[in-house]
Ligand binder design. Structure first.
Ligand code: DQA
Length: 153
């Protein structure tokens, strides 16, 4: 394996599959984690997934696991729009970060247009429902390997 990728999900994302399916689709977080793990594995990486509804637990996880990872894909949920603490934790571990959102936050309420993570991320992927996660993993790996994105084996 070429390294470990962290997939971090913030508050309410444990409700995927039931929660506002018109915005977030009907796939559960377990299914997304399973697909993401398979995709990362095919690309040569181990994936470690974590979800929490509490900001401090997300900060603790980033501090604990971030340094030994090669990169982080994060959907911080509502904390995206509020959390200086998660931003600072990501900066402290100094690995590349990809921000993902299932919904297109820019088509939603103005408070969702502000992100505390976008300017410290290498890039953001928004609006593609569960595919945002898979595109996020592909984007991180292509960044790490300096390659064009390719779906070929
Ligand atoms: C979200 C968008 C956030 O604004 C919202 O609070 C979420 C989900 C998304 O994936 O589209 O919980 O991060």
């Amino acid at each position: 394996m070429k390294g470990r990728i962290l997939l971090i999900n913030g508050p309410n994302l444990n409700m995927l599959g039931w929660r506002e399916p018109e915005k977030y689709g009907s796939t559960t977080l377990d299914e997304i984690v399973r697909e993401s793990t398979n995709l990362a594995y095919k690309l040569g990486y181990e994936l470690v997934a974590f979800q929490s509804n509490s900001e401090g637990e997300i900060v603790d996880f980033i501090q604990r696991e971030g340094i030994s990872s090669v990169g982080i894909v994060i959907n911080a949920g509502a904390y995206t729009h509020t959390s200086v603490a998660i931003r600072d934790a990501l900066l402290s571990v100094n690995v590349p970060v990809v921000e993902v959102h299932m919904s297109n936050v820019f088509r939603r309420e103005p408070f969702r247009h502000v992100s505390y993570l976008s300017d410290i991320a290498i890039g953001s992927i928004v609006g593609f429902k569960e595919n945002s996660y898979y595109l996020g993993i592909l984007a991180l790996v292509s960044f790490l390997e300096g390659k064009k994105v390719s779906l070929e084996e």
